[in-house]
Design a protein around this ligand. Sequence first.
Ligand code: BGC
Length: 380
Amino acid sequence: MQKRKVMAIIMATAMSVMCLAGCGGREGSTAPAAEAPAAEAPAAEAPAAEAPAAGGFEADATIGVSLPWLGTQNWKEAETMFTEQLEAKGFKPLVQAADNKVPQQQQQIESMIENGAKVIVVGPIDGTQLGSVLEKAKDAGVSVIGYDRLIENTDGVDGVVQFGSVRTGVMQGQALLDGLKANKGDGPYNVELFGGGPADPNAPNFFKGAMEVLQPEIDAGNIVIVSGQTDFTQCATEDWDNSKAQKRMDSLLAGNYSDKEIDGVLSPNDGIGRAIITACEDAGQPNPVVTGLDAENESVEWVWQGKQYCTVAKPTQDLVAKTIEIIESLQKGKGMPATSVTTNNGKIDVPIYELDPVVVTKDNAKEVFSDDPDRMALLK
Ligand code: BGC
């Protein structure tokens, strides 16, 4: 064997042993750690046990958290929980929200990089607009974790923690159908459809999931979309703005329901659901079956009172706990934890840490919130 080749083998072997002893490698399914070759490296080449874990960082490092806005309860909860829990773990949290303005979010992330953040957690306003700033983060050695929403068209993301978004939509569609059958007798049912903010990658997925359940019912004539508006683009609510949804509902009712009752409305979240219910009340419509998302306090009360048929709980504490678990793994140099789920974001397969949402109706609310004293207190 040539001398250079022998040296190369020794070097590679030594590096692998160092990695086994120290960094633990990436456990993610998309980037498995390299197989260790036969351990032939001389013992002297192994690092001292107390050497800092390769790829890890200081236990009191700055951690950035960039939230899209604070317009729904889940983001406000995330702001508080990240601040308190990162601090409790000894990190320095830098938590900011961007008021639904993309340039503001880009700039906040930029300053987190400048402030030496080792990890930046990002709930994007627009899944496609963070590519260049996140590539900057990557070049600076910062790990980026997508939070609640996918980050698209960039390789500057290491993983995303979220509730399955198509799955959430399937649950919303199924709950609407169940509610119609339970509360509105036999069909056909008059229904309208709403989607969330089109820049948010969750919104088309919620809609897509719901339509997997509803489209066959529409095709069979069991559900009638009286306005005829069934495309996501027609049904979307710019910026998840409740007042825009209420205006659209007002005009759908005025234009299509002066001589009919509306039986149900697909709503992508609780705020929009309450806006829809208010528009129906104002138009003198008897309480339609309306879905939701987030288990916001006000909607939990409305579900309990029978004003809103259901919500879908996707507990912020679970999302934050999972995210912090990943941050701790990165801090210790253990890399991104393993996951078998990936989603292609237009550029790479992103590891997804997926949690399970739960439909909440009046029937199961006490069971679902048994570990959540704040929401339990609303059920009275
Ligand atoms: C989140 C929802 C939230 C919505 C509007 C979505 O991406 O998943 O929980 O209601 O954004 O803020």
